[in-house]
Design a protein around this ligand. Structure first.
Ligand SMILES: Cc1ncc(COP(=O)(O)O)c(C=O)c1O
Length: 426
């Protein structure tokens, strides 16, 4: 493919690194014959690996004899996926499942369900969703509003609605923040089990989720888990919330549900959440492409592969190996402030100087990405006000130990090269 043609792909004109022509396992292949080690599963999405031959038949069969079916009606493919999610992947208190086409739609739907729940119970003043001061929940105006990824929010400030922000790490501070925001105005609290793109794998203190859970129950505020990055095995458990000692009221997922082969997400809810909405004669608005035949058939196959090949367990064991390798490489590194995460979602928080805590203010992560791509490795950049520079490792669960070794070595070399360049600028 000509370089000129590829450059047109970037909507806002800018360099395009390469054109991808295929993939296998944890590698992406480019049209010029490079093999890019995908240390981030794209955007922490690919879990069963690239280029799985089984997906071809599933895709073809899903559209055989079937066109578009409005999301109003069940189909065999929709029911099979719904049964699998509710019966095998979630605690039994989750009885309802609503399909969408991705993570932002999934969060937006969960927000609307929370609002409809409160309105159905006569609490029309409850129109705010409390999010954390370090968080990302999606790219739409509503999901940007409840999150606090400052760089991604910046141009849209006046368009965003006002939702309370709570401390991301300390439960006691978060509870104070919620009290100060007036619980009587709050419909739901939304939290990521492991904070992804804004926090590079940040995990709150152990009592955080249990204390917020208790507060929500006492005030009949719904607890939404944003599991767009963490669900379906990424953290080494079926769901990221399985490790937290609490059960949320709604879980919003996306990314790994389709494994990168389908644009799909799902919101699951406990029965008590939907009962008042049903009693009020209300319904949940769907998106036109919610539960598209190919999407649900592919997602069902992705989950089946994760089950048959015991890949969630593998995410846990390979995650431990990745973590051990990161500890060896970076624990004493002057530019690494922290190593954290769960399963195959492991992050590095990067600084200018570990002793003083000074940072490169968002300039380091993008430079590392460039250096790593020059060395044929893709790693996910993170960063917002709370954590200005970070990286996330999130390879497919089929990753091998030698591939882990290779990706960590490349990132280490890229970090040093990037810091050298930034130091030279000063
Ligand atoms: C935690 C979290 N929530 C929501 C989203 C939005 O998902 P999508 O990009 O599929 O709309 C993302 C995407 O990165 C995410 O990491």
């Amino acid at each position: 493919m000509s370089d000129e043609r590829a450059q047109r792909y970037s909507f806002i004109p800018g360099p395009v690194a390469f054109t991808v022509s295929g993939g296998q396992g944890v590698y992406l292949h480019t049209s010029t014959g490079r093999q890019i080690l995908d240390a981030a599963g794209g955007a922490i999405v690919a879990n069963i690996g690239h280029g799985r031959p089984e997906m071809v038949e599933v895709c073809a069969n899903s559209v055989k004899g079937m066109g578009y079916v409005a999301p109003l009606w069940p189909t065999e493919n929709r029911l099979r996926l719904l049964d699998r999610i509710l019966d095998r992947w979630l605690p039994s208190v989750f009885t309802r499942c609503f399909f969408v086409s991705g993570g932002s739609e999934s969060i937006d739907t969960a927000m609307r369900i929370a609002r409809q729940y409160q309105v159905a119970k006569g609490r029309t003043q409850r129109c705010r969703i409390a999010g954390r001061s370090t968080s990302y929940h999606g790219a739409t105006i509503a999901t940007l509003s409840v999150a606090n990824h400052d760089r991604r929010r910046r141009p849209f400030g006046p368009m965003l609605s006002d939702h309370p922000k709570i401390d991301p790490l300390s439960a006691d501070q978060a509870l104070k923040d919620l009290e100060a925001a007036d619980p009587a105005t709050i419909a739901a609290v939304i939290l990521e089990p492991v904070i992804g793109s804004s926090g590079a794998g940040l995990i709150s203190e152990p009592d955080y989720w249990p204390k917020i859970r208790k507060f929500c129950t006492e005030h009949d505020i719904l607890l939404i888990a944003d599991e767009v990055m963490t669900a379906y095995g990424r953290t080494g458990s079926l769901m990221g919330t399985d490790d937290l000692g609490v059960v949320p009221d709604l879980i919003a997922g996306g990314k790994g549900l389709g494994g990168g082969y389908a644009a799909i997400g799902a919101v699951v809810a406990q029965q008590f959440v939907v009962d008042p909405i049903a009693a009020a004669g209300d319904n949940i608005m769907f998106f036109t492409f919610s539960g598209l035949e190919a999407s649900v058939a592919i997602a069902d196959k992705v989950l089946q592969i994760l089950e048959d090949e015991e890949l969630v367990e593998r995410s846990r064991t390979m995650g431990e190996k990745l973590r051990a390798r990161l500890e060896t490489e970076f624990r004493q590194h002057p530019n690494v402030a922290d190593i954290r995460g769960r399963g195959l979602m492991q992050g590095l928080e990067l600084v200018k100087d570990r002793e003083s805590g000074t940072t490169f203010n968002g300039r380091l992560a993008p430079l590392i990405i460039r250096e790593a791509l020059n060395r044929d490795c893709w790693i996910y950049p993170c960063g917002s006000a709370g954590v200005p520079d970070g990286l996330l490792f999130g390879p497919a669960f089929v990753v091998s130990e030698s591939e882990i070794d290779q990706m960590v070595s490349i990132v280490a070399a890229s970090l040093d090269a990037a810091v050298f360049n930034l130091d030279g600028e000063q």
